[in-house]
Ligand binder design. Structure first.
Ligand code: ADP
Ligand code: GN1
Ligand code: MG
Length: 378
């Protein structure tokens, strides 16, 4: 847990060029890593900003991360100003008075400021096919718009982020050390993880052997990282750009599906509420592939549905590892929160396994329709 009150927030806000002396602020959002504050200018209520402390225990190269963010947002802004994407927009970073993209306070904490997108809203869970389609559209469009940035221009803000071999190594080490004596209480979850180890490593092997292209991916494509317009509920922006870096499309598609086809919370304690809603999967897939089908290789499409299992599984494994390590990485709200999250994610994996063929079929059919549509003469 990060005690929010320990920071001199007012002083930190004043170091950014927001052009106002009087403002109010309060903690905002439900992220597990950074601390976010909504800043409202007292003299102009529609003037809002978002201040964030970047967790530098997690993001070791904050300068690199901010360079990525600046590169990606300026590229998006330039492309969107020439395109026909109408309502779609990007976040805008606010520099410090000294002209930097972040401020480092006396205690060594890193801060950044961005404009708050007006009339926008984000949700932790999906409540309609329309929302699922919009999220697919947003992450697909994001992929499409970034396709022409050379990947070597981006830093790896967290090395090995979705590398399954690395995640299993950390898991094995936590099990072996068992620093807080929790191993004996998670036998079922450990079995669940080990039973699936090989199939998960098999997918990662395609990445390792470079059989799928490295692209610029978002890598944290939860539903709440898409802003929707409050009135039309259309997707208007992809946010939370800390983890934008070289990756494969499976990471983005799979992590989105994890939060979008399940109408229960990520940490749902009543496992019966967790579900694979195939209509939401179909809607999300249509939105995502509408934007990306023209880019994708056969292997990317073939394993797209399984990437949902992979990303849901890797989150479960990371929550379980953090539980074994004594809750050192994610913010938690209660003693067994990480275990509850791991159980919910693993339960979702089992439910995906029961629907695997149908999910594959939806991806195959949707892609086929898009490709036929793209063929000359159609
Ligand atoms: P975290 O890493 O903690 O998830 P986010 O960057 O996703 O941080 O921000 C937390 C929440 O703040 C988001 O879920 C969203 O509701 C809101 N938010 C973030 N950026 C913006 C923005 N530019 N405009 C409006 N709301 C935003
Ligand atoms: C973290 O900060 P937040 O909540 O957007 C995590 C993601 C996980 C997610 C699970 C840097 O994201 O990888 O998918 O929690 N981010 C990092 O909800 O580890
Ligand atoms: Mg977020």
């Amino acid at each position: 847990m990060h005690p929010l009150s320990v920071y001199p927030v007012e002083k930190i806000i004043s170091t950014f060029r927001i052009g106002a002396d009087t403002f109010s602020y309060h903690p905002f959002g439900s992220g597990h890593i950074n601390d976010t504050y909504l800043v409202e200018v007292n003299t102009s209520p529609s003037d809002k900003y978002l201040l964030q402390r970047i967790n530098h225990q997690v993001f070791k190269d904050v300068e690199g991360l901010m360079q990525n963010m600046q590169l990606v947002t300026s590229h998006l802004r330039q492309k969107l100003s020439h395109g026909q994407d109408g309502h779609f927009t990007t976040v805008t970073l606010i520099p410090t008075l000294g002209g930097k993209w972040h401020h480092q306070d006396e205690k060594g904490n890193y801060w950044r400021m961005q404009t708050f997108i007006p009339n926008s809203i984000s949700y932790d869970t999906v409540s309609s096919e329309h929302q699922a389609f919009q999220a697919g559209y947003a992450f697909g469009k994001f992929q499409l718009l970034l396709r022409d940035i050379p990947i070597e221009n981006l830093k790896e803000s967290i090395p090995d982020f979705h590398n399954m071999e690395y995640r299993f190594r950390n898991f094995a080490s936590a099990l072996e050390k068992d620093p807080v004596g929790r191993k004996a209480s998670v036998k079922d979850e450990v079995h669940f993880a080990l039973d699936r180890k090989q199939s998960m490593l098999d997918l990662y092997a395609h990445v390792k052997k470079q059989e799928v292209p490295l692209r610029i991916t978002h890598n944290d494509t939860k539903f709440n990282n898409v802003l929707l317009d409050q009135d039309s509920q259309q997707a208007i922006c992809v946010i939370d750009l800390d983890t934008v870096m070289p990756g494969v499309v499976w990471y983005d598609f799979g992590d989105s599906v994890r939060t979008i086809i399940n109408t229960a919370e990520e940490d749902e304690a009543t496992l019966d509420k967790i579900e694979v809603n195939l209509s939401l999967f179909d809607a999300f897939t249509r939105g995502y592939l509408q934007e990306t089908s023209s880019l994708l290789t056969d292997l990317e499409v073939e394993q797209m549905a399984f990437s949902s299992h992979y990303m849901t599984f890797i989150m479960g494994l990371r929550f379980l590892t953090d539980y074994l390590e004594g809750d050192v990485y994610y913010k938690t709200k209660h003693l067994h929160h990480n275990l509850q999250r791991a159980k919910a994610q693993f339960n979702l994996v089992s439910k995906m396994e029961a629907q695997a063929e149908k999910m594959k079929d939806i991806v195959r059919q949707t892609h086929k329709r898009n490709i036929n549509h793209l063929l000359p003469g159609k």
